[in-house]
Design a protein around this ligand. Sequence first.
Ligand SMILES: NC(=O)c1ccc[n+]([C@@H]2O[C@H](COP(=O)([O-])OP(=O)(O)OC[C@H]3O[C@@H](n4cnc5c(N)ncnc54)[C@H](O)[C@@H]3O)[C@@H](O)[C@H]2O)c1
Ligand SMILES: O=C(O)[C@H](O)CO
Length: 320
Amino acid sequence: MLQLTEDWGEALFSALSRAGGKAFSNMAVGYNNVDVNAANKYGVAVGNTPGVLTETTAELAASLSVAASRRIVEADEFMRAGLYDGWLPHLFVGNLLKGQTVGVIGAGRIGSAYARMMIEGFKMNLIYYDLYQATRLEKFVTAYGEFLKANGEQPVTWKRAGSMEEVLREGDVISLHPILDKTTYHLINKERLSIMKKEAILVNCSRGPVVDEVALVEHLKENPMFRVGLDVFEDEPYMKPGLADMKNAIVVPHIASASKWTREGMATLAALNVLGKIKGYPVWSNPNNVEPFLNENSPPPAACPSIVNAKNLGLTASKL
Ligand SMILES: NC(=O)c1ccc[n+]([C@@H]2O[C@H](COP(=O)([O-])OP(=O)(O)OC[C@H]3O[C@@H](n4cnc5c(N)ncnc54)[C@H](O)[C@@H]3O)[C@@H](O)[C@H]2O)c1
Ligand SMILES: O=C(O)[C@H](O)CO
């Protein structure tokens, strides 16, 4: 069972295979640190831990969105520094979320859960960009909009953007939730930052290299009302020079999945991926529904919860 901080490629899979190893599992849903082709070459099953961190990660992205919008960290520092001198109309004025547009790039499990939180919680309108249509999310927003309308409130709306640029131009709060691969590396760069609203909020709880962090630091310097909430960084555990000095950045150390329930669930799923393979179990048919593996009151199904290269290795699917 491995951490996302370790890069697994040809040399390690070859060594694992020589040592008789048949399975490997990241204790993470993202597996950009794993060369799956190399694992395929040596017949090693690669596990990950989907689903169990969806809500926890989305909650952190929502927290960063609110904290950045309302300048909570800056205000906390100000208060602790003994600088508060009494109420003032212009003290830490931030952005109202209600009625604004939330932009989601990568509307998969976590992106969709985050979108729902911002829509249900703050009655924001949605614009999203993904390679695939997020049908369930669209249906939810439509139904919620109708519910609000029936109650005499302004309905929320959704739009699937034809391009990422459309989201960047229209979003007031934009949260990044794609996988990291070559199509999403430096997806947010100097040019794309320049088309965002001057007072927009950008949140990244996906992977650091999705954002060109050097360009971001420059943008933060030039646009003091542009704010970011970052859980992940290009060169973890380091930040690019200048980022730590920016008042308009909130930075936390890759804790998006750090709730007790989720971390225990991730450990359980990663262990069951490896154990299941050793026992010769088939692969669970729906890695988006891993709940049966997490029930403390009943034994887990006789299956590997999530093997990303199951098809490549010709592993059988569970009939459970
Ligand atoms: N910060 C953290 O602690 C933390 C926790 C969990 C997950 N993550 C990251 O979040 C990622 C997403 O997790 P998930 O469970 O929602 O995965 P997911 O597979 O359900 O969602 C990823 C979405 O990204 C979309 N996508 C892929 N390439 C894209 C592109 N070029 N442009 C736009 N969209 C694209 C996919 O179509 C998919 O809908 C993980 O891969 C991981 O890297 C980080
Ligand atoms: O991909 C993941 O699961 C995270 O980055 C760690 O929770």
